[in-house]
Ligand binder design. Structure first.
Ligand SMILES: *Cc1c(COP(=O)(O)O)cnc(C)c1O
Length: 492
């Protein structure tokens, strides 16, 4: 292999690390349940929820952490979370039914996203808090409550289009929520519908990593709450949505080195680092670099609960420059958060068996084919660049050609399709994989393991197992067989 390997090693917590170091558990699991296979770790989501809760406590805030269910379909994770004090944010009729069936009482559920009449009815019938997207949706909800003589429904008004005071910031366009400029007529509608809905508060969700944008939105929400109170309404909560993110990579220097090398490769200053010269959004126009890197910032020093902490510490320029967290406490507002990806940090991995390792006639990278499709390991789809961990089949790897040397590989999926690349970049591995080895893609629980899963070519959708530690050993069961009583709360 020419040049130095450009590793992007995953960040591994103690649970995931311990599971990966257990080939005696992982190989029989895939032999029994097939490849690809998803494994989730229910104990971890409970630990992550506690970390969010600790930030609330640190800021003397009350409120609720609602897990954004859409990020993973797992029953085991949801049921384990039901045994904590956290809540769940559902975005479809099926997710609402799943949450109710997992043991979440309606006071621990919020309903967001686009809603069909059935979803809206079940939410209203069970008195779940509904995050209302628009005036039209509010009217529709009020009509349902009247038609079926249901109890008053608690609502959050989802707002969007926030602008920082003084500066014209081009705020991100969203198809969701009511522009904050139009919140007046929305509040009038709430007053008109006061026999059917009760204003619980206001909400936003911004799909961005930018703390500035989120601080501006939270500040805008505080002003909207003030406006609602002036009208005699009694809102009590601000829902700051999700988007706290997670750090996938262990080493920031590896990330810097990789992205610089990718830039050089796009400019033609070094050999390509991707299949077919793909540039991840970058391109070479006559020797000048154009475009922008369309990747998830895979190394993030501040993410998850720490990101929430930073947001709460940010000042609100239009409200006396006071920190946002202090302003929430002062007004006795509850803080709602809806972390999806962040609550799933270290909660699972996707295993795929190596079917074939082929050398190219021209030399160069090895072509490695896995028993999985790109949609089974959707890290690439989400712009997350991170190396798989090879779990060897044999205890002592036979020393084949270049056995102990680093290798560069291309990872292909199992579909009869040129585009079925598990990742478009060249992946560097510390040693040559062999057929029968497993490749473990870690931290796939957030959006990457089942959101995009299909049964294309009649290939089976990956099964899911739940794993936990008991008396120092890893135990497992099928995801839908897991209940909080199954694991006796885990080893720690
Ligand atoms: C998707 C979504 C979330 C979760 O976003 P993450 O980036 O996974 O934290 C939260 N709230 C709403 C309304 C969403 O649509």
């Amino acid at each position: 292999m020419g040049g130095h390997p450009l590793y992007l090693e995953p960040r591994l917590g103690s649970r995931l690390g311990s599971l990966l170091a257990s080939p005696d558990v992982l190989h029989p699991l895939v032999d029994a349940l097939g490849s690809p296979l998803n494994v989730v770790i229910p104990e971890q989501i409970a630990a992550n929820a506690e970390r969010f809760r600790a930030v609330y406590t640190g800021h003397h805030l009350s409120g609720q952490v609602y897990f954004a269910h859409k990020a993973n379909r797992s029953s085991a994770l949801l049921r384990r979370l039901a045994a904590t004090d956290a809540g769940v944010d559902v975005a479809s009729l099926g997710e609402l039914q799943h949450a109710l069936g997992a043991g979440f009482t309606p006071d621990r559920i919020t309903a967001t996203g686009p809603k069909n009449p059935e979803f809206l009815w079940l939410a209203a019938r069970t008195s779940v808090t509904v995050s209302v997207d628009s005036r039209e949706e509010l009217d529709q909800l009020a009509a349902l409550v009247r038609a079926f003589t249901l109890p008053r429904v608690p609502v959050l008004l989802r707002l969007s289009g926030f602008e920082a005071a003084g500066v014209r910031v081009l705020s991100r366009r969203s198809r969701f929520g009511t522009p904050v400029r139009a919140s007046g007529p929305l509040l009038e509608a709430v007053e008109r519908h006061r026999d059917t809905v009760e204003l619980a508060g206001v909400a936003y969700h911004l799909d961005t990593t930018s703390l500035d944008e989120k601080a501006t939105a939270l500040e805008g929400c505080l002003r909207a709450l003030e406006e609602a109170r002036k009208r005699g309404l009694r809102p009590r909560a601000v829902d700051v949505g999700g988007g706290f993110g997670l750090g996938y990579l262990a080493d920031g220097e590896q990330w810097e080195r990789y992205t610089s090398a990718l830039t050089e490769a796009v400019l033609g200053n070094r050999p390509p680092l991707t299949w077919g010269g793909h540039g991840y959004g970058l391109r070479n126009e006559g020797g000048t670099l154009r475009g922008s890197l369309g990747l998830y910032p895979a190394h993030r020093p501040v993410s998850g609960a720490r990101y929430l902490d930073e947001l709460l510490t940010r000042p609100a320029p239009s409200l006396g420059g006071r920190p946002l967290g202090e302003l929430l406490v002062e007004h006795l507002y509850d803080l709602y958060t809806e972390p999806g990806r962040a609550l799933l940090d270290q909660c699972g991995l996707t295993l795929a068996k190596v079917l074939e390792v082929r050398e190219q006639e021209s030399g160069g990278e090895l072509l490695v084919r896995l028993a999985a499709k790109a949609s089974d390991v959707a890290l690439e789809e989400h712009g997350v660049l991170m190396d798989p961990v090879v779990v060897p089949r044999a205890r002592r790897q036979p020393v084949s050609a270049g056995g102990g040397e680093p290798v560069a590989v291309h990872l292909f999926g199992s579909l009869c399709l040129e585009a079925d690349l598990i990742t478009r970049r060249t992946v560097f591995l510390p040693r040559r994989p062999e057929p029968g080895d497993l490749m473990a893609f870690v931290n796939t629980a957030g959006y990457c393991m089942d959101f995009h899963a299909t049964a294309a070519q009649r290939q089976p959708v990956a099964r899911k197992a739940a794993a936990w530690q008991e008396d120092g050993a890893w135990r497992w069961c099928l995801d839908d067989q897991y209940w909080p009583t199954t694991s006796r709360g885990g080893a720690q």
